[in-house]
Design a protein. Structure first.
Length: 300
């Protein structure tokens, strides 16, 4: 009986290999879980990589306090379903203790504040490897990442100080206080992720599918009209049929006008669109190098 190695099976095999390398090389790894589709796929890959044992890494969620309710509900249900351990870092706690200062105004966001909370959480639990769902096709700064991406003792990333990974040989050696970010689905595309979710029947938060939501238009982008959002005098709330293409803090997650009610519809929509996946992320539009600047500071 022949075994046909499709491109998705190749990608899955590569990702599982990376996850097992993490388990072999590091003492205290964790999965950075945002509740977005990419971190969900990474979590299911980890489940498959170590089955029938439980996932050997805790899921770490940095809660901005301005998350979509659907994401939090899904997170708690998934943790219970997989029997995983959940660690939550709170941005609100970071604000309350004076670690960060909350932004004010119409464009205020807690997205950048996550970095301090994340680094504090890594330090508190002494994680030496944090597994994320970033992909190289998402954004030019993420295209510079290795599978094993070194961070210094301050949690900062230097794109010029990364190690070669010839023949998928990974070097996880580090000095005291340093850690790695690991990206098992680096070589996947957005379409690969959606096709894998479809092929493996992976459940997702309902926010990824078309639904009615109160939203408003700002700078050509639809945003959710939630209590944490401050509207300008000329902005009005409308009920629209929308869905999220990428999920993050409410303040920076753009909504897509859509009629995609199932995975087949989403795959067809992605195949036809000419707008990039992060084209609806307001945080990426603050400057030309906003993502790279945040990553250098210790962002996901």
């Amino acid at each position: 009986m022949s075994y046909k190695l499709t491109h998705l099976k190749e990608l899955e095999s590569e990702s599982i290999y990376v996850l097992r390398e993490v388990a072999a090389q590091f003492e205290k790894p964790a999965i950075l879980f945002s509740g977005g589709k990419d971190s969900i796929v990474v979590t299911y890959l980890a489940y498959k990589a170590f089955y029938p044992a439980k996932i050997p890494f805790p899921l770490v969620h940095i809660d901005t306090g301005h998350n979509f309710a659907e994401t939090i509900t899904y997170r708690d249900e998934l943790v219970k379903k997989l029997g995983a351990r959940l660690i939550v870092g709170s941005v609100q706690e970071s604000i309350d203790t004076g670690r960060v200062k909350e932004e004010k105004g119409y464009y205020a966001s807690r997205n950048r504040l996550q970095t301090t909370t994340l680094l504090d959480t890594i330090d508190r639990y002494q994680f030496d490897a944090c597994i994320g769902g970033a992909r190289r096709d998402e954004e030019k700064a993420r295209a510079k990442e290795r599978f094993f991406s070194h961070r210094d003792e301050l949690g900062q990333w230097n794109p010029k100080n990364q190690r070669p990974e010839l023949w998928n040989i990974f070097n996880g050696k580090k000095n005291m206080g340093e850690h790695f970010r690991v990206f098992p689905i680096s070589n996947w595309t957005e379409m690969d992720v959606w096709q894998y979710i479809y092929q493996n029947n992976i459940p997702l938060p309902s926010i990824y599918f078309t639904h009615e939501r109160a939203c408003f238009l700002r700078n050509g982008q639809w945003l959710a009209a939630e209590p944490c959002m401050k509207l300008k005098p000329n902005e009005k709330v409308e009920i629209k049929q929308v869905r999220c293409r990428t999920v993050g803090d409410i303040s920076c997650t753009g909504l897509t006008l859509s009629k995609a009610h199932n995975l087949t519809d989403i795959i067809a929509e992605i195949a036809a669109t000419r707008i990039t996946e992060r084209g609806g992320r307001a945080d990426d539009k603050r400057s030309e190098t906003s993502m790279e600047d945040r990553k250098k500071e210790g962002y996901f």
